[in-house]
Design a protein around this ligand. Structure first.
Ligand code: 3HC
Length: 301
């Protein structure tokens, strides 16, 4: 059944090469998904060669992990690795028909990145943003063709979370929206079309939950007790672990954006910003598994 507001799927354009801007946590996860599910070349870029190399290495290691779990064959692992390229030259994006960004969550940074990449790509190539809570329409403000921009919001961990929020702006063309819906389907994800409002749907609700959890902590209940108190709600993970999963900086940014948009309705936790600066909420073992709350983090709280 076609989701409400979805355009005719016949309008979808074919994707033959994907460009990924940003080589961090989210970008490498979805770069792998694109290469695995669409089986097309994926080119990934970042500010410098070191970040690009690290991103490509992360994707290669994840391909090895899929091989070790016998989810893919050795042949497929080699084929997927051969499809991933790193570059610092946007000219390598020239023949991409789908370019998606997951760079720093700062409006001007995203605007400039897209205005720059637009110079190198075909007029009908789609631009997608994985922004968590910025306005997609504003991200496209410096584009010559804002109708080619769509929000395409993944969730952490990308390989596991089944949803993509497809965000349409007043300018997004039906062809671009149809391409985004078809792409989500080809990535084997469920897509919902959301309006371009702060936090779309999921982060709007999470910002409320995490903001209130932080507020309870700031009013004196321990984080461990807030987590324990919320356990009966059946959340897939406690709020503290969810914050760690999305990243303290991203979490603080999401609360900040919501508070600025709706000051009376969303709490912006100063302590979460301090924790983000400190860097961690948990003490972890060498493999990254949580051992308990970090003592320095508890002092901040
Ligand atoms: N990174 C990558 N993969 C992970 C992972 C992680 N941090 N955590 C778990 N996985 C993978 C495992 O490897 C496993 O994969 P496999 O089947 O291929 O081996 C699979 O997930 C299941 O792992 P577990 O058996 O350990 O499953 P759990 O039952 O513990 O579930 C979870 C783990 C799926 C992460 C679950 O706890 C969950 O759904 N948590 C909530 C996550 C959530 O709400 N995400 C949205 C955050 S908001 C966001 O991202 C938006 C952004 O804009 C802020």
């Amino acid at each position: 059944k076609r989701p409400a507001g979805a355009p005719d799927k016949e309008l979808a354009r074919k994707i033959t090469k994907v460009g990924v801007i940003g080589a961090g946590l989210m970008a490498t996860q979805f770069a792998l998904l694109f290469v695995r599910r669409l089986q097309v070349p994926v080119v990934i870029t970042d500010l410098d060669q070191e970040r690009v190399d690290k991103g490509v290495q992360t994707i290669r290691s994840e391909i090895d992990a899929l091989l070790a779990k016998k989810r893919i064959s050795p042949d497929e692992a080699n084929r997927l690795k051969a499809l991933v390229h790193g570059t610092t030259d946007k000219a390598d994006f020239a023949d991409c028909d789908w370019v998606i960004e997951a760079v720093f969550e700062e409006l001007t940074v995203k605007q400039d990145v897209f205005a720059d990449v637009e110079k190198h790509i075909a007029p009908e190539a789609v631009l997608a943003t994985n922004t968590s809570s910025l306005s997609v329409e504003q991200i496209g403000a410096k584009l010559e063709h804002p109708e080619r921009l769509v929000g395409f919001h993944f969730f952490n961990p990308v390989a596991v979370m089944p949803l993509i929020e497809v965000v349409r702006t007043p300018q997004t063309s039906d062809e671009v929206l149809a391409t985004a819906m078809a792409t989500a389907k080809n990535l084997k994800k469920n897509a919902v079309i959301t309006r371009d409002t702060p936090g779309f749907v999921v982060n709007r609700v999470l910002a409320k939950l995490l903001g209130e959890a932080m507020h309870a902590v700031e009013l004196g209940t321990s984080f461990a007790d807030v987590d324990a108190a919320l356990a009966p709600l059946g959340l897939p993970m406690p709020p503290s672990e969810l914050l760690d999963l999305v990243g303290l900086r991203v979490g603080a940014h999401v609360l900040d954006t919501h508070h600025r948009a709706f000051p009376d309705r969303f709490y912006d936790s100063e302590k979460l910003h301090k924790l983000a600066e400190y860097g961690t909420l948990f003490e972890k073992d060498k493999k990254g598994a949580i051992k308990g709350f970090d003592k320095g983090a508890l002092k901040i709280i």
